[in-house]
Design a protein around this ligand. Structure first.
Ligand SMILES: *[C@@H]1O[C@H](CO)[C@@H](O)[C@H](O)[C@H]1NC(C)=O
Ligand SMILES: *[C@@H]1O[C@H](CO)[C@@H](O)[C@H](O)[C@H]1NC(C)=O
Ligand SMILES: *[C@@H]1O[C@H](CO)[C@@H](O)[C@H](O)[C@H]1NC(C)=O
Ligand SMILES: *[C@@H]1O[C@H](CO)[C@@H](O)[C@H](O)[C@H]1NC(C)=O
Ligand SMILES: *[C@@H]1O[C@H](CO)[C@@H](O)[C@H](O)[C@H]1NC(C)=O
Ligand SMILES: *[C@@H]1O[C@H](CO)[C@@H](O)[C@H](O)[C@H]1NC(C)=O
Ligand SMILES: *[C@@H]1O[C@H](CO)[C@@H](O)[C@H](O)[C@H]1NC(C)=O
Ligand SMILES: *[C@@H]1O[C@H](CO)[C@@H](O)[C@H](O)[C@H]1NC(C)=O
Ligand SMILES: *[C@@H]1O[C@H](CO)[C@@H](O)[C@H](O)[C@H]1NC(C)=O
Ligand SMILES: *[C@@H]1O[C@H](CO)[C@@H](O)[C@H](O)[C@H]1NC(C)=O
Ligand SMILES: *[C@@H]1O[C@H](CO)[C@@H](O)[C@H](O)[C@H]1NC(C)=O
Ligand SMILES: *[C@@H]1O[C@H](CO)[C@@H](O)[C@H](O)[C@H]1NC(C)=O
Length: 801
């Protein structure tokens, strides 16, 4: 709440700032009028399968007073609740209120819950069913704890445009298709447990730098960064996965901190009224990110429905008054309340057995509190399998992995052991970072006391890294660190272990008889601050020093995003490398399954690993307040749709490891490519279906299929992710883009047949004139199938005619 007071001061001081910065503002061509006004805010209509929920919500809201409606829209501080956000109940109508709780990798800030693999780890698994199972299991825990609304998964914004982005690990992938498919699975998983899934952050929240208004070194107000984007890129890249989440029924969307075309995310009428509620037919409610509301009447008219954590700054009594004096039509307030209650009914939270809001959450876990063990034994295999499948093997010289009954293993690196706990009590302290950069963003980060910034920009954590920091962090019941799990295996095998987890320069400490030297490093990240770098000298020196003394050096990196490896990847003594991402509490157990070959690796990179930082070009670093935009930082998305592999393909840059790449312990052969238009598919250029939540219903119709076969030509069973890329024959389209993936387990000498279903939208481009998705009828689409974005042995074509 202290933060909120600062905000009121900010409003006053920023007004002065506008006055004294007129020159800069006037010269800022992006400042005025870039985000078109779209009013009034579309009302919920009960589209698609929302009819029942809408009818019940209407009947409920009809019984409310003006003040009750207002209170549904604004969070309040409840000192006896452990919820991240609270909405008051209406006892006379049997409504007990709402409890909003973080976050995307498990229920946050409580006890007796599991720590699941993070978003990026699920993305690296490329496994649809496993992603559903993860969300289903997690959703059960949110329900048991009395969370009405799970604040992710899915996270599909940031998408990962900026390589150093501090929150990229919370989402699945920089690819909108992969991200969208997994988002839909997540929404279905969470909501089938009677919990509202909040898909976030809408939209273009692609960097942490200047994501909120700040005070600069001269004590002047700097507004949040503006993500300036063209309409086609907005649709083809950033809105894409949101549309999938909406189509899957997400009943809540979180609007974002930063500005979009210079208008704040939670009061941008084009984004909320226009794109989300009109074009995408959204029926649920829009909730602000915590503290992201920047105006009262403005945000109400622009389509915001619920403000968190408190309604009292801009809404509350002021909203009631605004309705009374006509500044906000009462219909708008009624629509806010109806959308909120419809989401509640849509997820069957009126069922009599639904737990009381926040029943298993406590404001202070160290004080006596009601214990609600939310864990279900059926989740255990999901958590382990989820941890296993997000590991990506990228180098394995002469099949050094899997290990074969090693006699002596040497273990190195700060990431091998459990993290140090700086605070007593249960839970994981996400700020125990060991390797820290200078506090580059000290003013920006945490200025408002929002509690989401680490004291330093984290480079790496001293202790194994299983989840990133900030609101997406979770509280594991235990942490299986690599050292613990390898030790268990060593006990069984009688393997001698040597270790050094402290020194970077273990000169002379490598036992000459080591069968292998396992080096563990990490690349940390947290909400609130972008990553200082994509690699660090301390960790690279550690790898190089061990490799200089050990001809079988196996490196595991727990990376919260892209991690460059060119300092040592070609060193012949570095024989195997695993991107271990953020596996959750079963990290070590999962790694041992892979190291010892009980399961073959099956993860694939959900982003591109470059050779050099400079290969990411303008998308390496976030944009700050640089002249002439000192007070209104401008981030122009000039690259359009060419981010990550699309950019590397367009510029012909050879990556170190391409998007979709990952090795395993066997080999696969692709064959028998065939493609065809589904008979009877409607081949009109534009969709003709009614708008349901997600957009025109027929955008999801399967209009073509591509089939191929995958044969395991090696000696062990393994899963392969067959990937389909499509080159759309239209100006400005990427060379190729992911439009299908199927993960199949194939036994040696066996062949699996895969079928990719292409939906109308998958083959369409956004037509900015028609404001609709358009098929390129009669033109030849190129189709590519293989094991990564650059290993595509099968090439064919497809014509829609
Ligand atoms: C703004 O533009 C005017 C001319 O259009 C120029 O004289 C002035 O220096 C500019 N100011 C800034 C701060 O760039
Ligand atoms: C952003 O500005 C571009 C260019 O004027 C416009 O085409 C687009 O619709 C705008 N989008 C939003 C969300 O304001
Ligand atoms: C609405 O909220 C206000 C302030 O949070 C509270 O004082 C009031 O009692 C609430 N009114 C109702 C009807 O719940
Ligand atoms: C505050 O939270 C407690 C604990 O969940 C709950 O019993 C109480 O009803 C809440 N207060 C209000 C006004 O909703
Ligand atoms: C994935 O789930 C679908 C739907 O539940 C099911 O039909 C399919 O067999 C599952 N696939 C695998 C590989 O488990
Ligand atoms: C910063 O500006 C505010 C408002 O203009 C003022 O109250 C405060 O004293 C200033 N602080 C410093 C350190 O100059
Ligand atoms: C109304 O807004 C004013 C100014 O922002 C604020 O001081 C006041 O607390 C608000 N009142 C209510 C009841 O929300
Ligand atoms: C791989 O194994 C072959 C045959 O044993 C050997 O000649 C070659 O040097 C090995 N390669 C490396 C990089 O160790
Ligand atoms: C990690 O923590 C240990 C103490 O637990 C300390 O000795 C070591 O120097 C730290 N390592 C780094 C890289 O900060
Ligand atoms: C590889 O390791 C051996 C020791 O096993 C060492 O003699 C050699 O110099 C190392 N090579 C490199 C490139 O570090
Ligand atoms: C695969 O088939 C080949 C030839 O038919 C056979 O030699 C080999 O043993 C088979 N491999 C496995 C693992 O069954
Ligand atoms: C397109 O596919 C057809 C059938 O597979 C083939 O005959 C034709 O040569 C292909 N065209 C091109 C340009 O590759």
């Amino acid at each position: 709440m202290a933060g909120m007071k600062v905000f009121s001061l900010l409003a006053a001081s920023s007004f002065l700032r506008y006055a004294s910065a007129q020159d800069v503002i006037r010269n800022d061509t992006f400042f005025y009028g870039q985000s078109p006004p779209v009013y009034p805010s579309p009302e919920i209509e009960g589209l698609g399968d929302w009819g029942d929920a809408y009818a019940k919500a209407q009947a409920f809201v009809a019984q409310l007073t003006l003040e009750e409606k207002t209170n549904l829209t604004g969070g309040f501080a409840n000192a006896s609740s452990g919820c991240g956000g609270n909405i008051r109940g209406i006892p006379r109508l049997g409504f007990n209120g709402l409890c909003l709780q973080d976050a995307g990798q498990g229920v946050r800030a409580t006890d007796f819950v599991n720590a699941y693999a993070s978003g990026i780890h699920a993305g690296a698994s490329w496994n649809k069913n496993l992603t559903f199972d993860r969300a289903y299991a997690m959703g059960g825990e949110f329900r048991a704890k009395g969370a009405s609304i799970a604040l992710g998964p899915p996270v599909v914004g940031p998408l990962g445009r900026i390589a150093r982005g501090g929150r990229n690990w919370e989402g699945f992938s920089v690819d909108p298709y992969l991200s969208g498919i997994l988002a839909a699975e997540s929404v279905r998983g969470i909501q089938s447990r009677g919990v509202i899934s909040c898909t976030k952050h809408f939209i273009l929240n692609e960097q942490e730098l200047n994501r909120i208004p700040t005070i600069n070194a001269e004590n002047e107000t700097v507004e949040a960064s503006s993500s300036n984007i063209d309409d086609r890129t907005m649709h083809e890249l950033y809105m894409w996965p949101f549309a999938d989440a909406l189509h899957a029924g997400t009943a809540s969307i979180m609007c974002s901190y930063e500005r979009i075309n210079n208008s704040y995310g939670c009061q941008n009428s084009k984004a909320l009224n226009g794109l989300l509620k009109d074009e995408l037919g959204y029926q649920g409610f829009v909730v602000s990110d915590w503290g992201a509301q920047e105006s009262g009447v403005g945000s109400a008219l622009a389509g915001l429905d619920m403000v968190m954590p408190s309604g009292l700054q801009f809404w509350g009594g002021n909203l009631t008054q605004a309705v009374r004096n006509g500044s906000v039509p009462e219909d708008r307030l009624t629509d806010m309340a109806t959308r909120i209650m419809a989401a509640w009914y849509y997820t069957n939270q009126d069922a009599p057995d639904h737990p009381y809001p926040g029943i298993g959450l406590a404001p202070n876990l160290l004080l006596p509190h009601r214990i609600v063990d939310a864990r279900d034994p059926s989740a255990r295999p999901v958590i382990l399998q989820g941890a296993i499948e997000g590991h990506v093997l990228v180098k394995n010289t002469n099949n050094t992995l899997p290990l074969r009954s090693p006699k002596l293993l040497s273990l190195y690196g700060y990431d091998a052991k459990s993290p140090d706990f700086n605070t007593p009590g249960p839970g994981f302290n996400p700020w125990s970072f060991g390797l820290q950069s200078h506090n580059v963003n000290s003013v920006i980060c945490g200025f408002f006391g929002r509690g989401v910034c680490p004291p330093f920009a984290p480079i790496a954590q001293n202790g194994t890294f299983i989840v990133g920091g900030g609101s997406g962090a979770n509280n594991p019941v235990y942490i299986s660190a690599p050292y613990n799990a390898i030790q268990e295996q060593a006990i069984q095998d009688g393997t001698q272990l040597y270790w050094d987890f402290v020194n970077a320069n273990a000169n002379g400490s490598v036992h000459a008889e080591s069968d292998a030297c396992l080096v563990f490093i990490n690349a940390a990240a947290s909400e609130g601050v972008d990553r200082p770098s994509l690699r660090d000298d301390f960790s690279d020196a550690l790898v190089t020093n061990i490799a200089a003394q050990c001809s079988n050096t196996i490196v595991t990196i727990h990376n919260a995003g892209i991690r460059l490896v060119d300092q040592w990847i070609e060193n012949p003594n570095v024989t195997a490398v695993i991107f271990g991402h953020l596996p959750g509490q079963d990290s070590g157990r999962a790694l041992v399954e892979l190291l010892y070959g009980r399961t073959s690796p099956s993860g694939k990179l959900p982003y591109t690993v470059a050779r050099n930082e400079s290969d990411y070009g303008a998308l390496l670093d976030p944009v700050g307040p640089v002249p002439p935009y000192t007070y209104f930082p401008q981030d122009d998305f000039r690259e359009g749709v060419n981010i990550d592999y699309r950019a590397f393909d367009a510029a012909g840059i050879e990556p170190r490891f391409e998007f979709g790449f990952g090795l395993t312990y066997t080999t696969f052969e692709f064959a028998n490519l065939a493609s065809s238009v589904v008979s009877g598919a409607s081949l009109s250029a534009y969709p003709t279906g009614p708008v349901i939540q997600g957009g025109n219903a027929d955008l999801w119709d399967v209009i073509a299929t591509v089939t191929a076969s995958v044969t395991n030509t090696g000696n062990v069973a393994a899963a392969e992710v067959a990937q389909l890329y499509v080159g759309i024959p239209s100006a400005g389209q990427p060379v190729r883009q992911l439009r299908g993936f199927e993960k199949v387990l194939v036994h040696p000498n066996q062949t699996a047949h895969v079928e990719f279903e292409l939906r109308r939208r998958d083959l369409s481009v956004w037509d900015v004139v028609a404001q609709q998705w358009r098929l390129e009828l009669g033109a030849e689409y190129h189709v590519y199938v293989g094991s990564s974005s650059r290993d595509l042995p099968l090439v064919g074509n497809l014509t829609l005619a």
